[in-house]
Design a protein around this ligand. Sequence first.
Ligand SMILES: [Zn+2]
Length: 358
Amino acid sequence: MPSHEDQPETTTSTEKSPTYWFDDGNVILQVGDNSFRVHTSVLSRHSVVFRDLFKLPQTSPDMRDGCVVVQLHDIAGDVEVLLAALYDGCSMYFGARSCIPFSTIACLIRLGHKYQMEHIFAGAITRLKSCFVASFVECYALRSRGSRSMSFVDADAIEAVNLARLTQIGTVLPTALYICGLLPNNLLLHGVPRKNGTVERLSSEDIIRCLDGRANLLAALREKRFKWFFAPTIRISDGCRQEKTCKAALKVMAMNIVKEGLITDLSFLDNVGLDERKEQHLMCQSCWQMVQHDDERECEAIWCDLPQHMGVTVVHWNIPWAAQGMPHLKPVLSARQVSFDLHFRRHDIVIRAPRPRR
Ligand SMILES: [Zn+2]
């Protein structure tokens, strides 16, 4: 059980975590001015990096409260999120109906990747991919800015792009870049503040991809979705029995769509199918079904080209993984993605030098 001691026993000015300071802990994670007293067995069980670290001969380490002190160059709030997943995962993070905000998922991906925590990392990536989907049939989660397992806002897409870059998960990039392209220029260029106080920014190359992507999507909307506006004659459905009325209704609808700015609306996924347009009552059912069917087909065609529009190459695009019985994680955790040099890692995990006792 976490302890809640009133009086610090050490002579340091660090602040003990009220939640993750266990009396029987045997290692103290020092993160800036914050410290967490946890268990080497728990860290080793989930993290390759910590497992390797604790195997090293630890001669004369700094001991505080009878524990080895390990200094982490992370943000205390991020480490707390990670410890919550490790210690309170059953109740807080992996309940059957738990929907977790993007900021938490992003933190688990960053630290799960850094400390090679396969299960934490894989679970968080699955949730990320549940929203930044690769197939059109699953794009409702992108449209509604949330799946059953994760919620996000448009500004989170910047970090989603950077996480996709970090972890080399290409299927997330087209949709994440697409949502970035919907952001105001100010956020696109200068980034968004994260909960932990840092600012998340796109690389200049990805900003250019978003700007080019806007232009590409505008052209695609004109050339695909709304191409029937510019056809010499208005097409009606094969089953139509009121040609004159329906042609007039379709003309009215085209004019209204232009007036409403829908023809240049980059958030085309939000109105796929032109649901609930008032003009549907002016035409026959057969023509209305044709309009909806054609619109969805053209939107899917734009979706199929989304990687190309956003300037990235994706191998498995528009393939519904679940429908094919293929696990989401299969392409995620390749050895190449999770392996990074242990020597490099040790720069970030420093066993503090011994200090003279008072
Ligand atoms: Zn008709």
